[in-house]
Design a protein around this ligand. Sequence first.
Ligand SMILES: [Zn+2]
Length: 81
Amino acid sequence: MCVGAAQLFVVGHDAGHRSFSKNKLVEDIVGTLMFMPLIYPFEPWRIKHNHHHAHTNKCALACQWPSSCSMVNGGLSGCRS
Ligand SMILES: [Zn+2]
């Protein structure tokens, strides 16, 4: 079951990066269909995930692993080295 979920996610991930088709509507339909069995909304994930990729290693903006980020004054300041 986990392998099937991972396969759905990989196709949905490609659709989220607009690398599955040249047609955005097809990307949205495929992404939504792939994420539906995962019980996860495609469009909010796509927006957040692309923000994450645009700000890789900028923990204060897109921290995916909070334990790897340093805290300053109660807020995230950056990645630990
Ligand atoms: Zn990605």
